[in-house]
Design a protein around this ligand. Structure first.
Ligand SMILES: *Cc1c(COP(=O)(O)O)cnc(C)c1O
Length: 376
């Protein structure tokens, strides 16, 4: 009997040379949060992102956001403006710092932070003597946010921007790589991301002093002394040399992974965009998305749920778009500036299987099942 295998939303996809780098770590006994793979992986990322980029690899993307806030001096009682339409890891580090998130809704062209609402929020907070200490903007699903507009507002009010590029390695904005568009960028190498080290992340900055500070903080903040001397609170956030070996192998195939995910997106669009009640997120001029996940916006919650359940019955994983942070119980009491965009996307949007290891048979099966839904 023919058994169909489960199709995942986004699963790891090894390139081939990861094990060689991992074996090197074992053969040379660099089984520690430092070593040649850590240095090599950082070099690979820096080469990929371009000149004057400094990268520190860490245990997770969340750790990178936490250190970004720490480096920018966010502390107890401060307010931080954060995109509401995102994964909770964008916002949780604000709470780790004892600071308070203020959530900003999205605009419909990129589904990311609305520059308009951002400025309204900044003015409001300044009026109330609560000038925000930082802005966290997110390139969600790989689509760049409106960086020029956001940066212009940030500059006008002199507030630094943390660029959550966890989902957007390989995306570019007017030719410039996501992760390098603001003061500090972060990447994630979690298992579901475009490349993975099983778990991991990176802190990215043009300012080399920021990188040094991030590494110092991520390795328990040891001062320069023969004994253990500490003048700051440190963290244990450095990436292991074993996992960095996976990262080196993955960097060799990153361009292929972007191409494969973009191809998935094209296929879905070809097969499904003629349905009036399914919409795709288009790239505005100058925006280049890695299409980490292909997302559709349907015409109703009911239709979205119908598609999701039809796929689920066939053991195909799909997922509603991120539930906005301002709707999450954990952030219930947080101030937010909203316009309905993210709530609408949350109720009608769906992420389709998007792994770079999907084959054409998988994609055909998925689009066939969707096409047969009578409500379309
Ligand atoms: C995955 C993700 C993170 C967190 O990265 P981890 O490596 O899983 O800690 C942060 N922000 C966004 C938008 C993400 O998708």
């Amino acid at each position: 009997m023919l058994t169909k295998t489960k199709i995942y939303l986004s699963s790891p996809h090894m390139g081939g040379s990861e094990q060689k780098y991992v074996a090197e770590a074992f053969n040379t006994n660099w089984i520690a949060p430092l070593g040649p793979n850590v240095d090599g992986f950082e070099k690979d990322i820096e080469n990929y992102l371009g000149e004057q980029v400094h990268a520190a690899v860490l245990s997770s993307g969340t750790a990178a956001i936490h250190l970004a806030l720490e480096v920018l001096g966010v502390s107890k009682g401060d307010e931080v403006l954060c995109q509401s339409f995102t994964f909770s890891a964008s916002a949780n580090p604000i709470l780790y710092q004892g600071a308070t998130p203020v959530f900003i809704d999205s605009e419909p062209e990129t589904w990311n932070m609305s520059p308009e609402l951002l400025e309204i929020a900044i003015k409001d907070r300044i009026e109330k003597y609560k000038k925000p200490k930082a802005i966290i903007a997110v390139h969600l699903y790989g689509m760049p946010y409106k960086s020029r507009e956001i940066n212009a507002i940030a500059k006008k009010y002199e507030i630094p921007v943390v660029e959550d590029s966890a989902e957007a390695l390989g995306s570019t904005y007017f030719g410039k790589p996501c992760g390098t568009l603001s003061d500090i960028g972060i990447l994630s190498f979690n298992g579901n991301k475009i490349i993975t080290t099983s778990g991991g992340g990176a802190f990215i900055a043009a300012n080399e002093a920021y990188k040094k500070r991030a590494i110092y903080l991520s390795t328990q903040a040891r001062d320069n002394a023969p004994h253990y001397q500490h003048s700051s609170v440190g963290f244990n956030y450095r990436m292991s040399n074993v996992l960095a070996g996976i990262g080196r192998g993955q960097m060799e195939v990153l361009d292929d992974r972007v191409a494969a995910r973009r191809k998935n997106h094209e296929f879905y669009k070809e097969q499904l965009s003629h349905f009036d009640n399914i919409e795709f997120l288009e790239e505005p001029e100058g925006f280049y998305s890695n299409r980490w996940l292909t997302c559709i916006k349907t015409s109703s919650y009911e239709l979205r749920e119908e598609i999701r359940s039809v796929l689920l019955k066939e053991d195909i994983e799909s997922r509603p778009l991120w539930k906005p942070m301002h709707m999450q119980p954990v952030f219930e009491n947080c101030l937010h500036f909203t316009n309905g965009t993210s709530e609408d996307l949350f109720s009608k949007g769906l992420c389709l299987p998007s792994g770079s290891n999907l084959d054409i048979k998988d994609l055909k099966r998925i689009t066939y099942l969707i096409s047969k839904i009578p409500q379309l």
